[in-house]
Design a protein around this ligand. Structure first.
Ligand code: XUL
Ligand code: MN
Length: 346
């Protein structure tokens, strides 16, 4: 039997958020990057995830040389702290150029901006010693269907991916699907869409996925099935575990907080497919509640990891033989209860 995986964990600087929502301002002061890095170490996490402008703040107002110089010094800093950079993601949803979409903007000049910025994000990833570029396609979709030609937008997405793959022969793209928010309807809502898009690029082997639990739930899917599907193609390269209570705004709750059984099944799927064996990290894309006091600012991350590790124990101690006997007898009634009692500690 293969040795059990020792999971390694990561999170992003944006996961120490300040509590702002559309109806009210921040409830906590912003912490510095140094504070966040120290927090990661205190938590015992192994890596940090970066948007391009998390790695190099204000990068739009810096020259290409300055950007790379700053990325280089960040790499040294991370190295001296023993923290790896897990990925870099171009933040293509803030800039005025991406108001009407990034890679799928109707304006050619603005599509070019999105591609150029993504190439720069790849250069930053190289400086940070990671070969993973994450693409959350935030504004690739429509509010008003007639405003875009969805067929052409697929071509634009392929063109953009091809430009990134050509920019660096070693870069791997991990597409993070989400069905809505900020868009009404996104073009790449599920893992199936991401993998199909990968096939249209000139190097499908280097285009994979990142699954976020909440995004799968928002698509009406079970994140465990999304994990199994992606891993059947060897294409789950990164992970944003969190939780989501049904179909509403993206909640980014602590892992397992809304539905422990759904969380358990994600862990089972990761275990059965050997997630982590090739160095993949378990990421938590969780946010503190708006009510969280500053002194409790590490809890959502620490708690997510605690729940994850407890569920790893539950997955490894699952009474597989009894379950198989019930499955053979088509006694799913008792299989259902077996799962509940196992989770409740019996
Ligand atoms: C948005 C989301 C992002 C990405 C990183 O819903 O999940 O935080 O994970 O760009
Ligand atoms: Mn995410």
């Amino acid at each position: 039997m293969a040795k059990p995986i020792e999971y390694r964990f990561c999170t992003g600087p944006w996961n120490f958020s300040e509590g702002r929502d559309p109806y009210g301002p921040e409830t906590r002061a912003a912490e510095s990057f140094d504070w966040k890095l120290a927090a990661l170490k205190k938590l015992g996490f192994d890596a940090m995830m970066f948007h391009d402008d998390d790695a190099v703040p204000d990068l739009e107002n810096k020259s290409a040389t300055e950007v790379l110089k700053e990325a280089k010094s960040l790499r040294k800093r991370l190295k001296s702290e023993g923290i790896a950079a897990e990925m870099v993601a171009p933040r293509l949803w803030f800039a005025p150029q991406t108001i009407d979409g990034a890679y799928t903007n109707n304006d050619k000049k603005l599509r070019r901006y999105a591609i150029d910025r993504s190439k720069q994000a790849i250069d930053i990833a190289n400086e940070l010693d990671t070969d993973l570029l994450v693409l959350w396609l935030a504004r690739e979709g429509s509010y008003i269907r007639e405003s875009k030609n969805a067929r052409r937008c697929v071509d634009y997405l392929v063109e953009a991916c091809d430009a990134m793959l050509a920019h660096d022969p070693n870069i791997r793209l991990a597409i993070e699907p989400k069905p809505n928010e900020p868009m009404d309807v996104a073009y790449i809502p599920t893992i199936g869409h991401a993998l199909a898009l990968a096939q249209l690029t000139h190097d499908p082997k280097r285009v994979g996925t990142l699954i976020e639990s909440a995004h799968a739930i928002l698509a009406g899917l079970d994140p465990a099935d999304e994990i199994d599907f992606a891993m059947a193609f060897d294409k789950l390269w990164s992970l944003h575990l969190n939780d989501q209570n049904g179909l509403k705004f993206d909640q980014d709750k602590p892992f397992g907080s809304a539905n422990l059984r759904v969380a358990f099944n994600q862990v089972r799927a990761l275990e059965r497919n050997g997630y982590g064996r090739r160095g993949e990290f378990v990421g938590f894309d969780v946010h503190p509640f708006r009510t969280t006091r500053p002194e409790h600012l590490l809890k959502h991350l620490d708690n997510s990891r605690r729940t994850f590790l407890r569920l790893v124990e539950k997955a490894r101690s699952f009474p597989e033989k009894s379950a198989q006997a019930l499955i053979a007898d088509r006694n799913y009634q008792d299989l259902d209860q077996l799962v509940l009692e196992h989770l409740m500690g019996k």
